[in-house]
Write a protein that binds this ligand. Structure first.
Ligand code: NAD
Length: 484
């Protein structure tokens, strides 16, 4: 199936931090792929802005290299890349001074959509937002995009929200959580709210529990300082996993529009009970395979930052009362895999007797890799050996079922940046959502600090600390395997 490409309106996109790691690995390649897909109309421009002293030609060379290194594909060689570079410009700009701002203002085209992507540390958000206003860069069609982490606790997130609100309306602020741009995450809503099949069963009467796993094989390499200050709870749980939890647990919004969707997500976060200390496991990886242990990798032999966290959460409302949500995320685990498993209850009575065996239905939603959905159903074990039951997967890989001529679907950054240009905030976090998520997470972290808790060690390339298995076993449940 070939996906439809609907061109956006012409735009100017200014990428502050345009020479940085995120711009080179994600933003520039994503923009190039949308250009190749024909989604950017004539007259659109991409302007890198950063402290690095470069002229436009050198920036184009940097951008071309970034695109070749990080997924430009065939189009790099057929002249498309050169045409794309024709819409790329650069201005050396100091976020905390006046250098570059008048030049930047001169480059922008009157009346076009203007998007300002802040691919810089959060410490610069206020400086940049203030200078965008002061130098007259904002017009009626301006949007500002900010990257995670959005604060490191409730107080700092509030400060950031207040700072942004001084210069921009909430309807102009796009807080990126790139998980929300993944094809399968949106499919989660399509599966839930586009089918009659699942929604009647989507509650505590039929769902035994839900597991959300985001497992990485990589360590913290390259981001040691940031990560050691953040840990898995702030880096992954507060944003990506909580967003997935919201999409699984929320009530159907009246319309698939920004505020109705975000209102429902916010209600889920506000319905979360505080987490009991014995319902959380923190972990930190030991050396293993070729790799160093966490402490060695961050160069802090006494670090007590967690590289793994698992917890049991309860959403206290009519739909979910009594159905636990088990969430886990960690680095240097056995496989890279992000998956949501909705585990249904056993049939109330087995007509086949105890020897036949029982298998709960499970709906597995794979976010990465191999995005797709599997429904595990119970059938008769083949053969003449009597009535024994077994579980088989009804498996759908999106790439196989829907991939346009074998190409991958657009990645999260491609979709999200195009949504920014269109002015659609549905897949972006609202300020009150982020604050509510911190309000739930802060007491957990404060509890660890107060009790002086140290993370449990786990072997690199394992499924995490044994205590996380115990968390499930205590409830007579088990994690589904972490498979690539
Ligand atoms: P980076 O350090 O590689 O790049 C920072 C960029 O900001 C550079 O272009 C630099 O020139 C520019 N900059 C710094 N100080 C400046 C100043 N005073 N004036 C003008 N420009 C200045 O950082 P990064 O990894 O690209 O991350 C950027 C943001 O994105 C951070 O907030 C980070 O947390 C977030 N983020 C990064 C990743 C990632 O994979 N790299 C993933 C998620 C979120």
């Amino acid at each position: 199936m070939v996906s439809r490409v609907i061109p956006v309106d012409p735009f100017d996109l200014v990428v502050f931090g345009g020479t940085g790691d995120l711009a080179r690995r994600k933003i520039l390649p994503a923009l190039f792929r949308r250009y190749c897909a024909g989604q950017m109309p004539e007259g659109s421009r991409i302007i890198g802005a950063a402290r690095t002293d470069l002229d436009a030609a050198s920036y184009r060379t940097l951008a071309a290299q970034a695109i070749r290194d990080h997924g430009g594909g065939r189009a790099c060689e057929d002249g498309t890349l050169d045409r794309f570079l024709g819409i790329v410009d650069y201005v050396t700009t100091d976020a905390q001074g006046d250098q570059g701002w008048p030049d930047l203002a001169r480059l922008l085209t009157k009346d076009l959509v203007r998007a300002f992507y802040l691919s810089v540390g959060p410490g610069l958000f206020g400086d940049i937002a203030q200078r965008i206003r002061a130098h007259g860069l904002a017009n009626g069609q301006s949007r500002i995009v900010v990257e995670k982490p959005f604060g490191h606790d409730l107080a700092s997130a509030r400060d950031l929200n207040r700072t942004l609100a001084t210069h921009f309306e909430e309807g102009q602020v796009y807080r990126i959580d790139h998980y929300l741009g993944k094809e399968t995450v949106q499919n989660l809503m399509a599966v839930r709210f586009g089918n009659m099949l699942f929604e009647p069963l989507w509650n505590s009467q039929y769902v035994d529990h839900i597991q959300i796993t985001v497992a990485e094989t990589v360590g913290v390499g390259g981001r040691e300082d940031y990560y050691d200050r953040a840990g898995a709870m702030r880096d992954m749980m507060q944003n990506h996993l909580m967003q997935l939890l919201c999409l699984i647990a929320m009530e159907p919004p009246a319309r698939f529009e920004p505020d109705p969707v975000r209102d429902e997500k916010l209600k889920v976060i506000r319905a979360l009970d505080p987490v009991e200390p014995h319902h959380i496991v923190r972990g930190q990886y030991d050396p293993g395979g070729e790799g160093p242990g966490y402490r060695e990798e961050v160069g802090r032999p006494r670090s007590t930052t967690e590289s793994y966290v698992a917890l049991k959460a309860h959403v206290s409302n009519w739909r979910w009362s009594g159905t636990p949500f088990y969430l886990r995320t960690g680095k240097r685990l056995v496989a890279r895999s992000s998956v949501i498993n909705v585990v249904f209850k056993d049939a109330p009575h087995s007509i086949f007797g105890p020897e036949a065996g029982r298998h709960a239905n499970i709906l597995s939603i794979r976010l990465q890799p191999n995005e797709g959905i599997t429904l595990h159903v119970t059938i008769k074990e083949p053969g003449p050996g009597g009535m024994r039951l077994t579980e088989v997967p009804l498996d759908m890989s999106f790439a196989k079922a829907l991939g346009p001529d074998g190409q991958d679907p657009p990645d999260a950054y491609e979709r999200l940046i195009m949504d920014v240009i269109r002015g659609n905030q549905t897949l972006f976090m609202r300020g009150d959502e982020v604050e509510a998520a911190w309000a739930w997470v802060d007491p957990i972290i404060a509890g660890w600090q107060k009790r002086g808790e140290v993370p449990k060690p786990y072997d690199a390339a394992s499924t995490g600390p044994l205590d996380a298995d115990q968390l499930m076993r205590r409830d007579k449940r088990a994690w589904r395997g972490i498979k690539p």
